[in-house]
Each structure stands twice: as C-alpha cells, then as structure tokens.
Ligand binder design. Structure first.
Ligand SMILES: C[S@@+](CC[C@H](N)C(=O)[O-])C[C@H]1O[C@@H](n2cnc3c(N)ncnc32)[C@H](O)[C@@H]1O
Length: 274
C-alpha cells in the first residue's frame, strides 16, 4: 500500500516537474539527449505524421488479434512444463503501445540502423521497431527468444512488415545464445534489454554489450523498479564509468553512452507511462 502511494507520488512529481527537467536536459546540448526528448514529446503530444499513424494502426491491429488469441504456447524450455494462452502472454509481457511508439521515434529520428533486443516475446515491441527500421537502408533487428512458439508467432508478424534479411530472431536460452550476439560483427546504436529481469543477468548483458554499442548509443532497460534486485542493477548501471547520462522513466531506464561528451553520470527523471 505504502509502496503504491509512493509510486504514484513519484509520477505526480515527475509530471509536475516535467518542463523543468526537459529544460535541464536541453542545457547539456547533447544530440542524443535531444533525440530522446524529441521522441518523448512526440509520443506525449501524439504529434504524428501520416506514415506514423498508419504504422501504429497496423501494430494496434496486431495487438487486438493477440488479445483475442486463446491458442496455447508451451514454456517447456524453462523446464516448468508451463502452458499459457497468447492473450494472457500479451497482457503480461508485451510493451504497452506508448512505449512502443517511443522506441519507434528513437529509431526514426536518429541514425539507428542496428537494433538489438533481448526478449522478443510475441514481437509486439519488435513490430514497432521494424516499422521504423524498414525505411532505413541496410538496417537490422537482432532479437532473442527462448520459447519456440513465441519465435514462430513473432516471425510471422515480422514477415508481414519487412523482408527477412532485415531481422533475425535467435532462438534458445540466453545462457546458450548470448555469446552468438557478442560474436557477430555488428555494432548497435540501440539496445533494449527486456528479458530475464534478474540483477546478475542484467549486469552481465550490460557489461558484455558495452563494446557492441556504437558511440553515441542508447541502452534501454525494462523493469528497473520491478524488484530490489533490479533497482540495485539500475543504480550500478547509471553510476558506471562509461555512462554519460541516464534517464529514469520509472518503468524503464535509459542510458546514453557518448565518447565525445565529457560529462559523466548525469541523471534525469521523467514519466511517460506506467
Ligand atoms: C518481457 S518479454 C519481452 C517483451 C517484448 N520485448 C515486447 O515488448 O513485446 C521477455 C521475453 O524474454 C524471454 N526470456 C526470458 N528469460 C529468458 C532466457 N533465460 N532465455 C531465453 N528467453 C528468455 C521470455 O520468454 C519472454 O518472451
């Protein structure tokens, strides 16, 4: 109860303080921070072009189909012998559309060509990512998923958006597939860590992926306030020597790494959606 009240007070304060925080962010005149603020404002103000609206309608239509889909997905790979309905997986695991729009604009308004996502799930965030990437020459989404039924569903969705050479879904437990990401020749302008929300795993992904991040580059971490463990992971990440700026969106944390910028470990807080 107290936790819930303090969470809502945090949101209220952040919304109240938003203008001030954006002004502070802008003072640093860092192009990646500006891009983040522009994407944030676009989503908040719903200031969309026709091409964005059409892409968002396509993705909302996919979400509506998932919400009504009662087919069963097997989570056998996690050894729990668990089965879940697509509709309930969508409800629990997929990024809300506001966040997906935010990822879309981070790509659209930047030079991003290569995007790495840990956590494909039903391909909900991946759909928006590909809608933005598909307009860029030679772009690539690499995304990782352990559950083969989810990979199959996401693959079908991605095929409806863009040719297969623009994405790759790597199937298998991260414990077995993560190294193959490190072995790839690719570097990423944007990385989204949205699977296996444990402190040790999150820190391992962060430290091992840092050399794969372009400069300037952005890493997004979902669920930074989900558990005490994840809060600790976030505190460690934002204080890391390679991090120039961090923005705590409560649900999600974002770091900017920019080797041309002298500033280090400057923290901001905004609120987009829960
Ligand atoms: C929160 S969901 C990703 C949601 C997706 N990014 C979106 O916004 O639509 C996380 C996914 O990671 C997968 N996952 C979690 N731990 C894993 C592991 N150790 N190995 C492989 N997959 C894993 C789960 O099966 C799940 O589909």
């Amino acid at each position: 109860m107290i936790g819930k009240i303090s969470k809502h007070l945090t949101f209220l304060y952040r919304r109240f303080n938003q203008r001030n925080e954006i002004r502070k962010i802008k003072e640093y005149q860092n192009p990646t921070l500006d891009l983040i603020v522009d994407s944030f404002i676009k989503v908040k103000s719903e200031c969309f072009e026709k091409i964005d609206t059409v892409a968002f309608q396509r993705q909302s239509e996919y979400a509506r189909r998932l919400q009504k889909d009662d087919s069963i997905v097997s989570y056998e790979i996690f050894k729990k012998g668990d089965f879940k309905k697509v509709s309930s997986i969508y409800q629990k695991a997929a990024s809300p559309y506001v966040w997906c729009q935010f990822y879309y604009f981070l790509i659209k308004l930047s030079q991003t060509k290569n995007f790495l996502e840990i956590g494909t799930n039903l391909g909900v965030s991946g759909g928006y990512i590909l809608e933005a990437l598909k307009h860029k020459h030679n772009s690539k989404l690499i995304t990782l998923e352990g559950v083969s039924d989810l990979k199959r569903i996401a693959q079908k969705h991605f095929d409806s958006i863009t040719p297969p050479e623009n994405f790759e879904i790597i199937l298998g437990l991260y414990e077995q597939t993560f190294q193959s990401v490190l072995d790839k020749e690719l570097n990423y302008q944007l990385i989204f860590i949205d699977g296996n929300h444990q402190k040790n795993a999150t820190l391992e992904y962060f430290e091992k992926l840092l050399p794969k991040l372009s400069s300037p580059g952005i890493i997004l971490f979902d669920d930074i306030n989900w558990t005490t463990d994840m809060k600790e992971a976030w505190e460690f990440i934002k204080a890391h020597e390679s991090v120039n700026y961090s923005i705590d969106f409560y649900k999600l944390g974002l770091i900017v790494v920019d080797k041309n910028d002298q500033n280090k470990n400057i923290d901001f807080a905004l609120h987009l959606s829960n």
